[in-house]
Structure formats: C-alpha cells, structure tokens
Design a protein around this ligand. Structure first.
Ligand SMILES: [Zn+2]
Length: 490
C-alpha cells in the first residue's frame, strides 16, 4: 500500500511539474503583439475645428421610428458645404439617398481597392425627463471646461467632423490619395439604417464596388479597462454580435374567474419559461474576437494575469467564471438573454388566456439565429410555449471575424499608435449593432473603432445624459483620420 501511495505521489508531483513547465514555456512565449511604431509629432489641427463640431451639435438630427426632422439634416448639409469648401468642391457627391451623404475622393491608382469610412449623422432623442439634468443643453453646442457638449458628441458627429477636418486639411495641402476613398454618413443608424446605410450598401453592390477595408464606429480607447492592465486600451472591433428578438406565447383555451384559478396560469407558465432561460444562460466561450483580445492584451499585463491568459488551455474555466460576473464582460463571451417586454392580463379578477414576452438575444459570432432558437426551445422544454421571432423587428446573424494580419487592421493599428503612442491596441468584439452590418458582402475586413479615450463613466453618456467630447479627443480624432488616410495610401 505504502509503495502504491508513493508511486501515486511521485506521479502527481511529476504531472504537476509538467503542467508548471508547460505554463512557464507558454508564458515566456506569450510576447507582445504591439508593433514598433514611432510616434509622430502632433500636427496642428485646423483652427476652429471645435467650433465647427459645436455648430454641428446644435442641429437636432434626431431619428426615431416616428420619423426624422429633414430640416435639421439639411442644415447640417449647409454647414458642411459652407465650412468644408474643398471637400464640397473636390470630392464627388453621390446622391444615393436624399439625406444620407456619400462622398467619393478619387485616388490616383485605379488598381488599388478603395476604402470606406462610415459614420452617422443622426442622434437619439433626449428623454424629456432628463433635459434638466444636462450640465449644458443637449443641443446647445456649448464649449466649456475643455469639452464640447451635446447629443452626438460621442455618437457619432465627432467622427463626421474629424473625417471632414482631416480631408479639408489634406486637400488644402494639395494632397491626392493613392487609392479612392469613400465616406458614407448615414441618417438612420439609430433606427436600423434601412433607408440610409442599407441603400448605400445596395448601391455599392449594384456597382460592384468592393473595399480593401471598411471602418465604422464601434469600440473606443478605454481607460482602466481591465485589472492588471495599466495603459489605456484601444479596442478595434473585428466582429459584431447578431440580433434576435424572440416572442414567447403561452395560451390556454379557457381563462375563468380568479376565485377558482387553474393550477397553472398562463402567467405562471410564461414566468417559468423566462426563469429557465435566466437560470441557464448560454455558455461562455473565449473564442474568436474575444480570444484575439486576450492574446493581444495578455502579454502586456502583470505577471499573474499574463500567466493566466497565456494558459487558457488550463485557465479558461476560471477566467470564464470571472468574466461572467460582470454584465459588460459577460457580454463578450456569450450570447446574452434579455427579457425586455412582458404582457398579459386585463383585470385583477379575470384569469387571462394568453401571456407573451419578448426576449432579446445578442448572438455570439460562431452561433446563429437557428442555433439560438434551438437552444431556447430545449431550455424552456415546455410544449405550452410557442417560440417565434418577433414580427416587425429585424434580425441579424453575427458577423464573421475580420483578421488582424490584414492591411486594414495594420493601418488602423499604426495610425492609433502614431497618434497615441501610450495606448495598447487590440482586436475585440463589438456587442452593439452598427451600420457596418449592411456592408458585410462588400469586404472581408470591417473594423469598428473611434479613437476617443474615455472612462467607464463616459460610456454611460452614450445615449444618456451629458454626452460630450473633450477638445483633446477631437484633436486626436482628426489626427487619427489624417494618418489613416495617409497610411492607407502608402
Ligand atoms: Zn452610433
């Protein structure tokens, strides 16, 4: 017995040494993926850029499902024509749809594939009950304390202004790009982009115009992004989650009086179905864009975290468990389940015969609308519940994952590092939807990124109260787009 125990102990010890050995080797081989780029000395940004952004923020280019104010959009049009005369006169304006704007900046070399920058002119409305909570008015276009305040500052007018500022400046220097560059500024991104971006994408498809890469909004440069990482993290969205809203219906042939209720009411049946979905979330997976994120940031982290991320073969379970605790990190490793609407009942003393709920799913790349529906059905496992996609709400499959070794990713990374040498660059998963989803058949390489450095606090102002951008971020953004145009034409 003693002998057996001794052998077992030696085996365990030996196994431990092997595991430790693999961990050390993998950690040592887990080297930085940042590229050695010399920072460039900051170029002077055009005088008055902040005022022009402020002017754009005074225009309430709101899009909602009940309509858009075309007047606000035509005022933005006028502003662009007046403030960016070289862009207006030297670029071709393609009238695909009346309000969305498409510009074509012809390049010298027709053999090079064009590139496309997407942004959107529209903004979400300001909730009535939050108007007086803004420090500066939402459509006041005020400049104060180093910030330009207003709805659209982060999402997404600063991008439009930055692209125009960089272009106007380059045009004034006599610059002619090597490859053709397109800009497309949609007008209905916040309500799905069906009449804007979608039609522009259809136009490109009809003309058989395909792109080397496409850049849209999506992720940003985040301060204090993760424990174990001290530098700000520039995340380039290389994939985007899918979108599906399912409707659950529970029906009974008879309702009856609440004084003699049946054992199972429709409300009870439906509630149990929702509870089952919440109790059994989709499995977390460190794959695709999220795996690429950890491969990029892991080598830059403190030794403990570096060892953990270098050895996902062993540590994936622990990391998965940790990431699942916080909604924002849970969303990058799984398809999320969000019950958003529930409806039933007419009167307190009548048993209802039907109850329905809407559950919104954001689908992880690698999964699909069909696989989500199949799993939901299996988890609910109740014949009394019918499960159908909610009518009138669009669905989107998750995107594919764009590469990091591509021309597009490389020039975006280079441009970020030239302008903001202190930041780390990594690919990541975008959990929201962008207009870029309409352009998936026009390129393999879609990236989603804005170069603004923000805190977690700032993220809450997206679609929220006190949306604003610092003048420093505006300057970085203009410099970033200037470098990106130049680098894309080398
Ligand atoms: Zn946006």
């Amino acid at each position: 017995m003693k002998k057996i125990l001794g052998t077992l102990f030696r085996l365990i010890l030996f196994g431990g040494f092997i595991v430790a050995g693999i961990m050390v080797v993998r950690t040592l081989g887990f080297t930085s993926r940042q590229i050695a780029i010399e920072a460039i000395s900051p170029i002077d940004i055009p005088k008055g850029a902040a005022d022009r952004l402020a002017a754009a923020l005074t225009l309430a280019t709101i899009s909602t499902n009940s309509g858009i104010d075309t007047n606000a959009f035509s005022l933005l049009d006028t502003l662009i024509i007046e403030k960016y005369p070289l862009v207006d006169s030297m670029m071709e304006k393609i009238p695909v749809v009346p309000i969305s704007k498409v510009y074509r900046w012809p390049g010298k070399n027709a053999k090079l594939k064009p590139i496309l920058f997407l942004a959107h002119q529209d903004v979400v409305p300001v909730e009535e009950n939050t108007i007086d909570k803004w420090t500066a008015p939402a459509f006041g276009g005020q400049k104060a304390d180093g910030f330009i305040w207003g709805r659209g500052a982060l999402d997404d007018k600063t991008a439009i202004i930055s692209i125009l500022e960089a272009s106007e400046q380059l045009l004034s220097e006599g610059y002619v790009p090597e490859r053709t560059i397109y800009f497309s500024f949609g007008h209905d991104e916040e309500i799905g982009g069906q009449n804007g971006a979608k039609k522009v994408a259809d136009f490109f498809a009809r003309k058989d115009i395909h792109f080397e890469y496409i850049l849209d909004e999506g992720l940003l440069v985040l301060e204090n992004s993760l424990a174990g990482l001290s530098q700000p993290l520039a995340m380039i969205g290389v994939a985007e989650k899918g979108y599906l809203t399912l409707r659950l219906d529970a029906r009974l042939p008879e309702g009856g009086h609440s004084s003699m209720p049946p054992a199972n009411s429709v409300i009870g049946i439906l509630s149990r179905a929702i509870k089952r979905l919440e109790d059994d979330p989709f499995p977390g997976k460190i794959k695709g864009a999220t795996r690429a994120l950890f491969d990029h940031i892991g080598p830059e982290m403190s030794p403990l975290y570096r060892t953990l991320f270098a050895n996902l073969w062993l540590t994936e379970g622990i990391i998965n468990h940790q990431l699942s605790k916080d909604p924002s990190s849970s969303a990058i490793i799984r398809t999320t389940t969000a019950p958003t609407i529930i409806e039933s009942g007419l009167k307190d003393n009548i048993m209802p015969t039907q109850a329905s709920a809407q559950i919104n799913f954001r689908i992880l790349p690698g999964e699909s609308i069909a696989s989500v529906m199949a799993r939901v059905k299996a988890v609910i496992n109740d014949e009394r519940i019918t499960i159908t996609p909610q009518e009138g709400i669009g669905q989107d499959e998750p995107s594919s994952v764009s590469g990091v070794g591509t021309f597009g990713f490389q020039v975006i990374q280079k441009s970020i590092q030239q302008v903001s040498p202190e930041v780390l660059v990594a690919p990541a998963l975008t959990v929201g939807l962008t207009d870029s989803r309409h352009f998936r058949n026009l390129t393999d390489d879609i990236y989603r990124f804005r170069p603004y450095q923000v805190s977690r606090q700032d993220l809450r102002t997206f679609h929220g109260i006190n949306e604003k951008i610092s003048e420093a971020n505006l300057a970085t953004s203009i410099r970033f787009f200037r470098q990106l145009i130049l680098n894309s034409c080398l």
